[in-house]
Write a protein of this length. Structure first.
Length: 482
Protein backbone atom coordinates (compact mmCIF):
# COMPACT_ATOMS: atom_id res chain seq x y z
CA UNK A 1 0.00 0.00 0.00
CA UNK A 2 2.97 2.25 -0.40
CA UNK A 3 1.81 3.47 -3.79
CA UNK A 4 -1.58 4.52 -5.10
CA UNK A 5 -3.43 1.91 -7.17
CA UNK A 6 -4.60 2.79 -10.63
CA UNK A 7 -8.22 4.01 -10.84
CA UNK A 8 -9.61 0.66 -12.09
CA UNK A 9 -7.87 -1.19 -9.28
CA UNK A 10 -9.10 1.37 -6.77
CA UNK A 11 -12.68 0.99 -7.99
CA UNK A 12 -12.48 -2.80 -7.96
CA UNK A 13 -10.89 -3.00 -4.51
CA UNK A 14 -13.28 -0.67 -2.78
CA UNK A 15 -16.30 -1.92 -4.68
CA UNK A 16 -15.85 -5.10 -2.65
CA UNK A 17 -16.39 -3.00 0.44
CA UNK A 18 -19.78 -1.85 -0.82
CA UNK A 19 -20.67 -5.28 -2.13
CA UNK A 20 -19.80 -7.38 0.91
CA UNK A 21 -22.01 -5.47 3.33
CA UNK A 22 -24.99 -5.81 0.98
CA UNK A 23 -24.27 -9.55 0.80
CA UNK A 24 -23.19 -9.94 4.41
CA UNK A 25 -25.22 -13.10 4.93
CA UNK A 26 -23.65 -15.03 2.05
CA UNK A 27 -21.57 -17.38 4.23
CA UNK A 28 -23.61 -17.42 7.41
CA UNK A 29 -27.13 -16.15 6.62
CA UNK A 30 -28.97 -14.19 9.24
CA UNK A 31 -32.73 -14.50 9.21
CA UNK A 32 -34.98 -12.09 11.03
CA UNK A 33 -37.25 -14.99 11.90
CA UNK A 34 -34.64 -17.28 13.39
CA UNK A 35 -31.41 -19.10 12.72
CA UNK A 36 -31.25 -20.81 9.33
CA UNK A 37 -30.00 -24.33 9.08
CA UNK A 38 -26.78 -24.96 7.25
CA UNK A 39 -23.09 -25.57 7.69
CA UNK A 40 -20.82 -23.36 9.77
CA UNK A 41 -23.57 -21.46 11.52
CA UNK A 42 -23.58 -23.08 14.93
CA UNK A 43 -22.01 -20.08 16.69
CA UNK A 44 -23.54 -17.24 14.66
CA UNK A 45 -25.81 -15.32 17.01
CA UNK A 46 -29.08 -14.36 15.39
CA UNK A 47 -32.35 -12.76 16.34
CA UNK A 48 -35.31 -14.98 17.11
CA UNK A 49 -33.67 -18.07 18.61
CA UNK A 50 -32.48 -16.94 22.02
CA UNK A 51 -30.67 -20.08 23.12
CA UNK A 52 -28.68 -20.24 19.89
CA UNK A 53 -28.17 -16.53 19.65
CA UNK A 54 -26.63 -15.58 22.98
CA UNK A 55 -22.81 -15.45 22.96
CA UNK A 56 -21.26 -18.59 24.43
CA UNK A 57 -20.16 -16.87 27.66
CA UNK A 58 -23.74 -15.74 28.26
CA UNK A 59 -25.08 -19.28 27.86
CA UNK A 60 -23.78 -20.10 31.33
CA UNK A 61 -27.01 -20.12 33.36
CA UNK A 62 -25.92 -17.71 36.08
CA UNK A 63 -24.41 -15.09 33.78
CA UNK A 64 -27.17 -15.34 31.18
CA UNK A 65 -29.94 -14.95 33.74
CA UNK A 66 -28.19 -12.03 35.41
CA UNK A 67 -27.78 -10.13 32.16
CA UNK A 68 -31.24 -10.82 30.75
CA UNK A 69 -32.99 -9.91 33.98
CA UNK A 70 -31.38 -6.48 34.13
CA UNK A 71 -33.84 -5.15 31.52
CA UNK A 72 -37.26 -6.14 30.24
CA UNK A 73 -36.21 -4.80 26.86
CA UNK A 74 -33.29 -7.19 26.34
CA UNK A 75 -33.05 -8.42 22.75
CA UNK A 76 -30.63 -10.34 20.60
CA UNK A 77 -28.38 -8.56 18.13
CA UNK A 78 -28.84 -9.31 14.44
CA UNK A 79 -25.11 -8.63 13.98
CA UNK A 80 -23.66 -12.12 13.57
CA UNK A 81 -20.93 -13.05 16.04
CA UNK A 82 -18.66 -16.06 16.10
CA UNK A 83 -15.73 -16.82 18.38
CA UNK A 84 -12.55 -17.78 16.54
CA UNK A 85 -9.27 -19.06 17.89
CA UNK A 86 -6.71 -17.11 19.90
CA UNK A 87 -9.07 -14.49 21.27
CA UNK A 88 -10.43 -13.36 17.90
CA UNK A 89 -14.06 -12.68 17.04
CA UNK A 90 -15.79 -12.61 13.69
CA UNK A 91 -18.67 -10.17 13.21
CA UNK A 92 -21.05 -10.34 10.26
CA UNK A 93 -22.91 -7.19 9.25
CA UNK A 94 -26.21 -7.67 7.42
CA UNK A 95 -27.42 -4.92 5.12
CA UNK A 96 -29.00 -2.04 7.02
CA UNK A 97 -31.66 0.34 5.79
CA UNK A 98 -30.57 3.99 5.88
CA UNK A 99 -31.08 5.71 9.22
CA UNK A 100 -33.08 8.80 8.32
CA UNK A 101 -32.17 10.52 11.60
CA UNK A 102 -28.47 10.41 10.70
CA UNK A 103 -28.93 11.72 7.18
CA UNK A 104 -29.42 15.25 8.46
CA UNK A 105 -26.67 17.23 10.16
CA UNK A 106 -27.45 20.71 11.43
CA UNK A 107 -25.18 23.66 12.05
CA UNK A 108 -26.01 23.50 15.76
CA UNK A 109 -24.70 19.94 15.98
CA UNK A 110 -21.28 20.89 14.62
CA UNK A 111 -20.78 24.15 16.50
CA UNK A 112 -18.68 22.46 19.24
CA UNK A 113 -16.34 21.13 16.57
CA UNK A 114 -16.01 24.54 14.96
CA UNK A 115 -14.74 25.87 18.27
CA UNK A 116 -12.33 22.97 18.59
CA UNK A 117 -10.77 23.34 15.16
CA UNK A 118 -10.69 27.12 15.36
CA UNK A 119 -8.22 26.73 18.23
CA UNK A 120 -6.01 24.30 16.29
CA UNK A 121 -5.35 26.24 13.11
CA UNK A 122 -5.23 29.71 11.55
CA UNK A 123 -8.23 31.79 10.69
CA UNK A 124 -9.99 30.77 7.47
CA UNK A 125 -8.91 32.57 4.32
CA UNK A 126 -10.23 32.62 0.80
CA UNK A 127 -8.53 30.22 -1.61
CA UNK A 128 -8.53 31.34 -5.24
CA UNK A 129 -8.34 28.71 -7.95
CA UNK A 130 -5.38 30.14 -9.85
CA UNK A 131 -4.43 27.37 -12.25
CA UNK A 132 -1.27 28.89 -13.78
CA UNK A 133 0.57 27.95 -10.58
CA UNK A 134 -1.27 24.70 -10.06
CA UNK A 135 1.79 22.61 -10.81
CA UNK A 136 3.39 24.02 -7.65
CA UNK A 137 0.38 23.35 -5.41
CA UNK A 138 1.45 21.54 -2.25
CA UNK A 139 5.07 22.49 -2.61
CA UNK A 140 6.90 24.32 0.13
CA UNK A 141 7.34 23.52 3.80
CA UNK A 142 4.33 22.87 6.01
CA UNK A 143 3.47 25.51 8.58
CA UNK A 144 4.10 24.74 12.28
CA UNK A 145 0.42 24.16 13.04
CA UNK A 146 0.10 21.80 10.05
CA UNK A 147 3.20 19.87 11.14
CA UNK A 148 1.76 19.54 14.64
CA UNK A 149 -1.53 18.10 13.37
CA UNK A 150 0.32 15.75 11.01
CA UNK A 151 2.52 14.42 13.80
CA UNK A 152 -0.45 13.88 16.11
CA UNK A 153 -2.54 12.13 13.46
CA UNK A 154 0.29 9.83 12.38
CA UNK A 155 1.11 8.92 15.99
CA UNK A 156 -2.48 7.88 16.69
CA UNK A 157 -3.63 6.28 13.45
CA UNK A 158 -0.44 5.33 11.59
CA UNK A 159 1.76 6.56 8.75
CA UNK A 160 0.45 7.90 5.44
CA UNK A 161 -0.33 5.14 2.95
CA UNK A 162 -0.44 7.42 -0.10
CA UNK A 163 2.02 10.07 -1.32
CA UNK A 164 1.48 13.45 0.30
CA UNK A 165 2.86 16.86 -0.66
CA UNK A 166 5.06 18.85 1.69
CA UNK A 167 2.15 21.13 2.47
CA UNK A 168 -1.37 19.72 2.43
CA UNK A 169 -3.01 23.07 3.12
CA UNK A 170 -1.97 24.31 -0.32
CA UNK A 171 -2.66 21.03 -2.11
CA UNK A 172 -5.33 20.17 -4.67
CA UNK A 173 -6.94 17.72 -2.25
CA UNK A 174 -7.35 20.46 0.35
CA UNK A 175 -8.92 22.79 -2.22
CA UNK A 176 -11.13 20.07 -3.66
CA UNK A 177 -12.57 19.32 -0.24
CA UNK A 178 -13.42 22.98 0.30
CA UNK A 179 -15.09 23.19 -3.13
CA UNK A 180 -17.17 20.06 -2.52
CA UNK A 181 -19.53 21.64 0.02
CA UNK A 182 -21.47 23.55 -2.63
CA UNK A 183 -22.59 20.20 -4.06
CA UNK A 184 -23.75 18.60 -0.82
CA UNK A 185 -27.42 18.10 -0.04
CA UNK A 186 -29.64 20.64 1.66
CA UNK A 187 -29.86 18.64 4.87
CA UNK A 188 -26.11 18.87 5.52
CA UNK A 189 -24.81 21.74 3.36
CA UNK A 190 -24.91 24.47 6.00
CA UNK A 191 -23.03 22.32 8.52
CA UNK A 192 -20.58 21.16 5.86
CA UNK A 193 -19.77 24.70 4.72
CA UNK A 194 -19.07 25.71 8.32
CA UNK A 195 -16.81 22.69 8.87
CA UNK A 196 -14.90 22.86 5.60
CA UNK A 197 -14.22 26.55 6.08
CA UNK A 198 -11.92 25.58 8.97
CA UNK A 199 -8.36 24.91 7.72
CA UNK A 200 -7.66 22.61 10.68
CA UNK A 201 -10.74 20.49 9.98
CA UNK A 202 -9.99 20.19 6.26
CA UNK A 203 -6.40 19.25 7.05
CA UNK A 204 -7.65 16.55 9.44
CA UNK A 205 -9.91 15.19 6.70
CA UNK A 206 -6.93 15.14 4.30
CA UNK A 207 -4.97 13.16 6.88
CA UNK A 208 -7.93 10.84 7.40
CA UNK A 209 -7.91 10.08 3.68
CA UNK A 210 -4.15 9.55 3.57
CA UNK A 211 -3.94 7.34 6.64
CA UNK A 212 -7.24 5.70 7.58
CA UNK A 213 -9.40 5.57 4.47
CA UNK A 214 -6.40 4.68 2.29
CA UNK A 215 -6.12 1.45 4.27
CA UNK A 216 -9.41 0.37 2.70
CA UNK A 217 -7.65 0.11 -0.67
CA UNK A 218 -6.58 -3.41 0.23
CA UNK A 219 -9.10 -6.15 -0.68
CA UNK A 220 -9.16 -7.18 3.00
CA UNK A 221 -7.75 -4.18 4.87
CA UNK A 222 -5.98 -4.85 8.15
CA UNK A 223 -5.86 -2.22 10.90
CA UNK A 224 -3.02 -3.28 13.17
CA UNK A 225 -2.68 -0.11 15.22
CA UNK A 226 -4.96 -0.35 18.25
CA UNK A 227 -6.46 3.11 17.82
CA UNK A 228 -7.36 2.52 14.15
CA UNK A 229 -8.67 -0.98 14.96
CA UNK A 230 -10.89 0.34 17.74
CA UNK A 231 -12.20 3.13 15.52
CA UNK A 232 -13.00 0.59 12.80
CA UNK A 233 -14.88 -1.61 15.26
CA UNK A 234 -16.91 1.23 16.71
CA UNK A 235 -17.73 2.82 13.35
CA UNK A 236 -18.76 -0.56 11.96
CA UNK A 237 -21.09 -1.15 14.89
CA UNK A 238 -22.50 2.36 14.62
CA UNK A 239 -23.06 2.74 10.87
CA UNK A 240 -22.07 -0.59 9.28
CA UNK A 241 -19.19 -1.66 7.07
CA UNK A 242 -21.01 -0.54 3.93
CA UNK A 243 -21.05 3.10 5.02
CA UNK A 244 -17.36 2.99 5.98
CA UNK A 245 -16.58 1.51 2.58
CA UNK A 246 -18.65 4.17 0.84
CA UNK A 247 -16.80 7.00 2.57
CA UNK A 248 -13.43 5.38 1.86
CA UNK A 249 -14.25 4.88 -1.82
CA UNK A 250 -15.47 8.46 -2.25
CA UNK A 251 -12.49 9.91 -0.39
CA UNK A 252 -9.84 7.97 -2.28
CA UNK A 253 -11.53 8.69 -5.60
CA UNK A 254 -11.41 12.40 -4.76
CA UNK A 255 -7.70 12.10 -3.91
CA UNK A 256 -6.87 10.42 -7.23
CA UNK A 257 -9.01 12.71 -9.36
CA UNK A 258 -7.62 15.80 -7.66
CA UNK A 259 -4.07 14.59 -8.27
CA UNK A 260 -4.83 13.88 -11.93
CA UNK A 261 -6.77 17.12 -12.60
CA UNK A 262 -5.13 19.28 -15.27
CA UNK A 263 -7.65 22.12 -15.25
CA UNK A 264 -9.95 23.96 -12.84
CA UNK A 265 -12.93 22.31 -14.53
CA UNK A 266 -11.60 18.82 -13.81
CA UNK A 267 -10.93 19.67 -10.18
CA UNK A 268 -14.41 21.16 -9.89
CA UNK A 269 -15.93 18.01 -11.40
CA UNK A 270 -14.06 15.82 -8.90
CA UNK A 271 -15.30 18.01 -6.05
CA UNK A 272 -18.86 17.77 -7.35
CA UNK A 273 -18.76 13.97 -7.45
CA UNK A 274 -17.46 13.83 -3.90
CA UNK A 275 -19.96 16.38 -2.58
CA UNK A 276 -22.93 14.62 -4.15
CA UNK A 277 -21.81 11.30 -2.69
CA UNK A 278 -21.87 12.64 0.86
CA UNK A 279 -24.94 12.16 3.01
CA UNK A 280 -25.47 12.95 6.65
CA UNK A 281 -24.11 9.60 7.84
CA UNK A 282 -21.05 9.90 5.59
CA UNK A 283 -20.31 13.38 6.88
CA UNK A 284 -20.64 12.17 10.47
CA UNK A 285 -18.08 9.45 9.73
CA UNK A 286 -15.70 12.09 8.31
CA UNK A 287 -16.16 14.31 11.37
CA UNK A 288 -15.58 11.36 13.70
CA UNK A 289 -12.37 10.13 12.06
CA UNK A 290 -10.98 13.64 11.57
CA UNK A 291 -11.67 14.70 15.14
CA UNK A 292 -10.56 11.52 16.90
CA UNK A 293 -7.31 11.60 14.94
CA UNK A 294 -6.29 14.78 16.75
CA UNK A 295 -8.33 14.38 19.93
CA UNK A 296 -5.27 14.47 22.18
CA UNK A 297 -4.78 18.07 21.06
CA UNK A 298 -8.29 18.94 22.21
CA UNK A 299 -8.59 17.59 25.76
CA UNK A 300 -11.28 20.10 26.61
CA UNK A 301 -13.75 18.04 24.58
CA UNK A 302 -14.09 14.42 25.78
CA UNK A 303 -14.42 11.60 23.28
CA UNK A 304 -18.05 11.13 24.21
CA UNK A 305 -18.68 14.53 22.68
CA UNK A 306 -17.24 13.29 19.40
CA UNK A 307 -19.37 10.18 19.45
CA UNK A 308 -22.55 12.20 19.86
CA UNK A 309 -22.29 12.57 16.08
CA UNK A 310 -23.17 8.87 15.94
CA UNK A 311 -25.96 7.01 17.74
CA UNK A 312 -25.13 5.78 21.26
CA UNK A 313 -27.35 2.76 20.57
CA UNK A 314 -27.56 0.97 17.23
CA UNK A 315 -30.95 0.15 15.68
CA UNK A 316 -30.37 -3.45 16.84
CA UNK A 317 -29.96 -2.40 20.47
CA UNK A 318 -26.16 -2.53 20.77
CA UNK A 319 -24.92 0.02 23.26
CA UNK A 320 -21.73 1.64 21.98
CA UNK A 321 -19.60 1.73 25.08
CA UNK A 322 -15.81 1.88 25.07
CA UNK A 323 -15.15 -1.27 23.05
CA UNK A 324 -11.52 -1.61 22.11
CA UNK A 325 -9.60 -3.85 19.74
CA UNK A 326 -5.96 -4.70 19.05
CA UNK A 327 -6.50 -5.49 15.37
CA UNK A 328 -9.39 -5.36 12.92
CA UNK A 329 -9.56 -6.91 9.45
CA UNK A 330 -12.45 -6.32 7.06
CA UNK A 331 -13.04 -9.25 4.71
CA UNK A 332 -14.69 -9.09 1.31
CA UNK A 333 -17.58 -11.30 2.44
CA UNK A 334 -19.03 -8.70 4.79
CA UNK A 335 -17.26 -9.70 7.99
CA UNK A 336 -14.96 -7.96 10.43
CA UNK A 337 -12.43 -10.04 12.36
CA UNK A 338 -11.24 -8.36 15.56
CA UNK A 339 -8.77 -9.38 18.23
CA UNK A 340 -7.93 -8.04 21.65
CA UNK A 341 -11.53 -7.27 22.63
CA UNK A 342 -13.00 -8.34 25.94
CA UNK A 343 -15.34 -11.28 25.53
CA UNK A 344 -18.84 -11.99 26.79
CA UNK A 345 -20.71 -9.06 28.24
CA UNK A 346 -17.62 -6.88 27.79
CA UNK A 347 -17.93 -7.18 24.02
CA UNK A 348 -21.67 -7.42 23.66
CA UNK A 349 -24.37 -5.42 25.34
CA UNK A 350 -27.76 -6.86 24.48
CA UNK A 351 -29.64 -4.28 26.49
CA UNK A 352 -31.19 -1.63 24.32
CA UNK A 353 -31.64 0.64 27.34
CA UNK A 354 -28.64 -0.33 29.43
CA UNK A 355 -28.47 1.67 32.67
CA UNK A 356 -25.48 3.78 33.53
CA UNK A 357 -22.87 1.88 35.56
CA UNK A 358 -23.16 2.25 39.33
CA UNK A 359 -20.49 4.45 40.87
CA UNK A 360 -21.45 4.57 44.55
CA UNK A 361 -18.15 3.00 45.61
CA UNK A 362 -15.94 4.37 42.86
CA UNK A 363 -15.62 4.85 39.13
CA UNK A 364 -16.82 2.03 36.85
CA UNK A 365 -14.56 -1.00 37.00
CA UNK A 366 -14.82 -0.90 33.20
CA UNK A 367 -17.53 0.60 31.05
CA UNK A 368 -17.18 -2.33 28.67
CA UNK A 369 -18.37 -4.86 31.26
CA UNK A 370 -21.33 -3.51 33.25
CA UNK A 371 -22.12 -6.92 34.77
CA UNK A 372 -18.71 -7.10 36.42
CA UNK A 373 -19.05 -3.55 37.73
CA UNK A 374 -22.49 -4.20 39.22
CA UNK A 375 -21.27 -7.37 40.94
CA UNK A 376 -18.59 -5.33 42.72
CA UNK A 377 -21.08 -2.63 43.70
CA UNK A 378 -23.52 -5.18 45.14
CA UNK A 379 -20.75 -6.89 47.10
CA UNK A 380 -19.56 -3.64 48.66
CA UNK A 381 -23.12 -2.59 49.47
CA UNK A 382 -23.73 -5.83 51.36
CA UNK A 383 -20.46 -5.40 53.28
CA UNK A 384 -21.31 -1.84 54.21
CA UNK A 385 -24.65 -3.05 55.53
CA UNK A 386 -22.75 -5.65 57.59
CA UNK A 387 -20.63 -2.96 59.24
CA UNK A 388 -17.47 -3.21 57.14
CA UNK A 389 -15.24 -0.16 56.83
CA UNK A 390 -12.45 0.96 54.46
CA UNK A 391 -14.57 0.03 51.44
CA UNK A 392 -12.38 -0.01 48.32
CA UNK A 393 -13.36 -0.72 44.71
CA UNK A 394 -10.68 -1.73 42.19
CA UNK A 395 -7.94 0.06 44.14
CA UNK A 396 -4.41 -0.97 45.06
CA UNK A 397 -4.17 -3.66 47.72
CA UNK A 398 -3.77 -2.56 51.34
CA UNK A 399 -3.78 -4.31 54.69
CA UNK A 400 -6.22 -3.76 57.55
CA UNK A 401 -4.18 -0.80 58.79
CA UNK A 402 -4.42 0.90 55.39
CA UNK A 403 -0.77 0.33 54.48
CA UNK A 404 -0.01 -0.56 50.87
CA UNK A 405 1.27 -4.14 50.42
CA UNK A 406 3.42 -5.71 47.72
CA UNK A 407 4.08 -9.19 46.40
CA UNK A 408 7.52 -10.47 47.42
CA UNK A 409 7.57 -12.96 44.50
CA UNK A 410 5.95 -10.99 41.66
CA UNK A 411 4.76 -12.75 38.50
CA UNK A 412 5.63 -10.86 35.35
CA UNK A 413 7.04 -8.00 37.45
CA UNK A 414 3.55 -7.13 38.76
CA UNK A 415 4.35 -6.15 42.34
CA UNK A 416 0.89 -5.11 43.50
CA UNK A 417 -2.72 -6.03 42.73
CA UNK A 418 -6.10 -4.33 42.72
CA UNK A 419 -8.85 -6.35 44.42
CA UNK A 420 -12.26 -5.84 42.85
CA UNK A 421 -13.86 -5.42 46.26
CA UNK A 422 -12.02 -4.86 49.52
CA UNK A 423 -13.11 -3.95 53.02
CA UNK A 424 -12.24 -4.36 56.71
CA UNK A 425 -14.62 -6.51 58.74
CA UNK A 426 -15.82 -5.40 62.18
CA UNK A 427 -13.26 -7.78 63.72
CA UNK A 428 -10.46 -5.87 61.93
CA UNK A 429 -9.67 -8.43 59.22
CA UNK A 430 -9.17 -7.23 55.64
CA UNK A 431 -11.41 -9.08 53.14
CA UNK A 432 -10.50 -9.05 49.42
CA UNK A 433 -12.65 -10.45 46.59
CA UNK A 434 -12.06 -10.76 42.84
CA UNK A 435 -14.47 -11.79 40.06
CA UNK A 436 -13.83 -13.66 36.81
CA UNK A 437 -15.86 -12.50 33.82
CA UNK A 438 -14.33 -14.86 31.26
CA UNK A 439 -13.43 -18.48 32.09
CA UNK A 440 -10.49 -18.20 29.72
CA UNK A 441 -8.91 -15.76 32.19
CA UNK A 442 -8.93 -18.33 34.99
CA UNK A 443 -5.16 -18.97 34.97
CA UNK A 444 -4.37 -15.25 35.10
CA UNK A 445 -6.91 -14.65 37.86
CA UNK A 446 -5.50 -17.51 39.94
CA UNK A 447 -2.02 -16.00 39.60
CA UNK A 448 -3.40 -12.68 40.87
CA UNK A 449 -5.18 -14.51 43.69
CA UNK A 450 -1.93 -16.17 44.82
CA UNK A 451 -0.09 -12.84 44.57
CA UNK A 452 -2.64 -11.17 46.83
CA UNK A 453 -2.23 -13.96 49.41
CA UNK A 454 1.55 -13.55 49.40
CA UNK A 455 1.22 -9.77 49.81
CA UNK A 456 -1.26 -10.01 52.72
CA UNK A 457 -1.36 -13.49 54.31
CA UNK A 458 -3.28 -12.09 57.27
CA UNK A 459 -6.26 -11.15 55.07
CA UNK A 460 -9.17 -13.16 53.66
CA UNK A 461 -9.05 -13.64 49.89
CA UNK A 462 -11.82 -14.95 47.61
CA UNK A 463 -12.19 -15.57 43.89
CA UNK A 464 -15.63 -15.99 42.28
CA UNK A 465 -17.14 -16.43 38.87
CA UNK A 466 -19.72 -13.79 38.02
CA UNK A 467 -22.52 -16.35 38.48
CA UNK A 468 -21.52 -16.70 42.15
CA UNK A 469 -19.50 -19.92 41.82
CA UNK A 470 -16.64 -19.92 44.34
CA UNK A 471 -13.34 -20.68 42.61
CA UNK A 472 -10.91 -20.32 45.52
CA UNK A 473 -10.87 -19.03 49.07
CA UNK A 474 -8.08 -18.37 51.56
CA UNK A 475 -8.83 -17.80 55.25
CA UNK A 476 -5.96 -17.28 57.75
CA UNK A 477 -5.74 -19.65 60.69
CA UNK A 478 -7.95 -18.67 63.58
CA UNK A 479 -10.23 -16.43 61.46
CA UNK A 480 -13.91 -17.16 60.93
CA UNK A 481 -15.13 -18.06 57.43
CA UNK A 482 -16.82 -15.08 55.72
Amino acid sequence: MSRVPTPPRLTLALSFTLLFAACATSRAPIDQGGARQGPDTSHVHQRGNESASVPRQLQQPGIKQQVLQESLQARILPVGMRELSEGRWLLLFPARPPNAALELLSLEEVRPFLTIFAALGPRPRLHLLEWPGASKMGQGAASPWESKLREEFFSRVGPSLIPLPESLTSSRLFLALQLSTRYMGEGIREAAIALFTSPAFVLSVCLSIAVYFAAWLAPEPLFSKAFAATMTLRLSLAVGLAEEGHVALASLRLYQEAQAASSPQQLEAASARFGKSMGGTSLRVLVTVATLGVSRLIPQVPESGIWRQLPPVTPEGLVLLEQSAATAQAASNGTLIVSGVAAGTATYSILSDAPKPSTRYGKPHTRENPTHNEAIERELASREAAGHTSLRKDRVQRNAAGKRVYDDAPVGEVRFRRPDASSVRPDGVRHNTNYISNPRDLKRELEAFDAMKRAAPEAIHELYMLDGTLVSRYVPAGIGVP
